[in-house]
Structure formats: C-alpha cells, structure tokens
Design a protein around this ligand. Structure first.
Ligand SMILES: [Mg+2]
Length: 116
C-alpha cells in the first residue's frame, strides 16, 4: 500500500498515533509519506519538522505544487483535489482532517482504484 498523511490537523495534531502507524506500516513494507496543501516554499521546513518530530523517513512527499504539476486544479475544494491527486499518485489510503469538513475528526480515505 501507499499511505499518505496530511500535516496540519492530522500528523502534527495526533503525533503519537500517526508516528506509530507510519513506522508500523513501513516495517510491514508499505510506502508512507505526506500529502499536504502546503506550498512548495514550505517543503524543506516540512521535511525537517517531519523528521524532528519523530516520523520515519518518508517514501514520498506531495504538496500543492505536486498537485498543480499533475494537473489536479480547479476542483470544488481541497478535499476533492487531494483525493483526485491521490488517485493519480497511486496512493491507496490517506488520513486527513480536511479542515473544512471535519475540524475535530480525521477521515480515512481508501482509494480502491488508485493507479500509479
Ligand atoms: Mg489538515
């Protein structure tokens, strides 16, 4: 599987569970990484913080620029954008608070027809 985590409101907010989950998934042979709406300017800082906070070395890191380059733009909202991009990137599972939808919850999206 290729499993991604949102940063704000998700990996950053619930570190203990997502660090444990990311490590367990990698140990089991799965690819683990980030799918965030952050800008390209934050990429280096995000990666530094990801490591400093104890997350395992990511197998991939996608931000708004990656979504733009993939042509995933102009969708109704960030939730639709991220899910469309995840499908193109071959992400099979994504954890996200989707700020506007679930301010106090984490959504676990399973993308059964992921390509990539
Ligand atoms: Mg978020």
């Amino acid at each position: 599987m290729k499993v991604s985590f949102d940063l704000d409101g998700t990996a950053w907010k619930h570190r203990a569970i997502f660090i444990a989950l990311a490590n367990a998934l990698q140990l089991d042979g799965h690819d683990v990484g980030v799918l965030t709406a952050h800008s390209e300017e934050l990429r280096a800082a995000d990666l530094r913080l990801w490591a400093a906070r104890g997350f395992p070395e990511p197998d991939f890191f996608y931000n708004a620029e990656d979504m733009r380059q993939a042509g995933v733009v102009g969708l109704a909202d960030m939730r639709a954008t991220k899910i469309a991009f995840a499908r193109r990137a071959g992400i099979t599972c994504h954890f996200d608070d989707f700020d506007d939808f679930h301010p106090d919850e984490i959504e676990f999206v399973v993308i059964t027809d992921a390509g990539g």
